[in-house]
Design a binder for this molecule. Structure first.
Ligand SMILES: Cc1cc2nc3c(=O)[nH]c(=O)nc-3n(C[C@H](O)[C@H](O)[C@H](O)COP(=O)(O)OP(=O)(O)OC[C@H]3O[C@@H](n4cnc5c(N)ncnc54)[C@H](O)[C@@H]3O)c2cc1C
Length: 451
């Protein structure tokens, strides 16, 4: 494709603004249309999590765009989970090997930085306050509304990317085409963001370099650190039932619930009631669709094609990985989009479905299993096997978070590793005799042979 050819990206969220930089670097004429106002002047209006966990897949894409150093300088490493029991006991569980961490990153800060870098390209133009209304695939045109001028506008391009999030307008137009598969599933849970302010000296009041979890079986509270000494907490709770959002209506209901389940967190939350009433209750949705493209001209990326629940911290990371893979395909296929678009759509769907499944499973792990001694034992044995057999055994969490292995490989490995640990954990007295246990070694080597 000659570099004077036009590209439209719908959505200047995390994935759209990163993808715009990578396309502009290659010399394409890039126009980005965003529904919201310009965050560079109006500030970031989020509506969703204030901070996010960034892991290796996300960092790789940011490196490609030349922004990783700047973002890492203000990101906070979280080396493991800090579990808070109902009695206030703390247990730390490392995420990976020494030095491996996921990073707490500001959603608004990251989005703004990507926009600032994008605006340095002469061949990249942003159109804010321009919601996409529909795509006409035959005419290769997109209809937008210019909210400032209050008029309809139409634009055309050789390539169109739908990066307009979970409720994508580009995808809505694709849905009207024959043989487009689409599924949307909501969890019966909602989430609410809460706040732990910094201490009097601006310090973090609980361990800074950890992701905090208060696992309570059917529900949980988590907290991620911010650079100003505060924590952003998120309560994940069923909408209906005995302990549920519907039961937390009055100040007394909310306080009694926190006194019962999260007393140590409550002591750090002077604005709990205010936050609880003011902040909306968010939904948790998984969206799967297929194909992600129309001919060689329209392609969905990020949440527009694969929105997942946040329990593996992989939504943004997987969207950024879309950008990495597409960028690599541009080299492999000499920028022949008639090959890249259908190939990407075809090979990536299975990975997106795999991380959607893994994210749903991780919800059970986070809210329930992390407090289970058997689960903690499994983690310890897994880490031990990884040390004993480097390169031969990688725990699934590390595959997803600290590697670039396709997600569908991690999903298959998770099923295989479940079988391995079923055998190991069934050994008599395993709790007290798992290190250098010849029976563990025998089961492991047998399992390895079968893989
Ligand atoms: C509570 C919560 C916590 C999360 N935590 C993590 C985490 O720790 N780690 C992680 O990796 N992921 C996390 N995620 C997922 C992550 O937020 C998403 O995967 C990520 O934001 C997807 O980026 P995106 O650019 O594809 O979509 P979005 O961020 O939704 O951006 C889409 C953009 O398109 C714009 N837009 C929408 N409609 C139109 C239209 N019609 N026309 C023009 N523009 C439009 C929107 O205004 C927006 O700017 C979390 C999600 C939630 C809900």
């Amino acid at each position: 494709m000659a570099k004077d050819q036009k590209v439209i990206i719908v959505g200047a969220g995390l994935v759209g603004s990163l993808w715009a930089i990578l396309m502009a670097r290659r010399g394409y004429q890039v126009s980005v249309y965003e529904r919201r106002g310009d965050m560079r002047s109006a500030g970031f209006i989020g509506g969703r999590s204030i901070n996010l966990a960034m892991s290796d897949r996300g960092w790789k894409a940011l490196e490609k765009a030349g922004v990783s150093e700047k973002i890492k300088a203000v990101a906070i490493p979280m080396y493991g989970r800090m579990m808070h029991s109902e009695q206030g006991q703390l247990t730390f569980q490392p995420y990976g090997k020494e030095g491996q961490a996921i990073y707490s990153v500001s959603r608004g800060g990251l989005n703004l930085e990507l926009l600032r870098i994008g605006s340095q390209f002469d061949n990249l133009r942003y159109y804010f306050n321009h919601p996409c209304k529909s795509v006409d695939f035959r005419q290769k045109t997109i209809k937008f509304e210019d909210k400032i001028a209050q008029k309809k506008v139409e634009a055309s391009a050789d390539l169109i990317f739908g990066a307009d999030g979970a409720f994508s307008a580009v995808r809505s137009s694709l849905q009207r085409l024959p043989r487009f598969n689409y599924a949307q599933n909501y969890l019966d849970y909602g989430y609410k963001e809460l706040h732990i302010p910094p201490g009097p000296e601006g310090q973090h009041l609980i361990e800074k370099k950890a992701l905090h979890i208060w696992p309570r079986g059917r529900f949980m509270l988590i907290a991620l650190p911010n650079p100003d000494g505060s924590f952003t907490c998120t309560l994940f709770l069923p909408y209906e039932g005995h302990e549920a959002f519907e039961k937390l209506q009055t100040d007394q209901d909310i306080e009694a619930f926190f006194v019962k389940h999260f007393p140590d967190a409550l002591a750090l939350m002077p604005t709990l009631l205010e936050n609880f009433h003011q902040n909306p209750t968010g939904n948790l949705v998984t969206i799967r669709c297929n194909p992600w493209h129309f001919e060689d001209q329209v392609l969905l990326i990020g949440d527009a094609s694969h929105a997942i629940v946040p329990f593996y911290g992989q939504g943004m990371n997987s969207g950024f990985e879309d950008c990495t893979i597409l960028d690599e395909m541009m080299d492999d296929y000499q920028e022949d989009w008639s090959k890249i678009v259908p190939d990407f759509s075809q090979q990536r769907v299975k990975d997106a479905n795999a991380i959607a499944d893994l994210a749903l499973r991780n919800f059970v792990e986070m809210r329930d299993l992390v407090a289970d001694p058997k689960f903690l034992l499994r983690k310890k044995i897994a880490s031990h096997l990884q040390d004993l057999h480097p390169g031969k055994f990688l725990p699934v969490y590390s595959m997803v978070t600290f590697s670039h292995l396709p997600y569908n490989k991690a999903l298959s490995a998770s099923q295989a590793q479940d079988q391995l640990f079923e055998h190991i954990l069934a050994l008599d007295g395993i709790e007290n005799n798992w290190k250098n246990n010849p029976e563990v070694e025998r089961i492991f080597l047998q399992w390895l042979k079968e893989q």
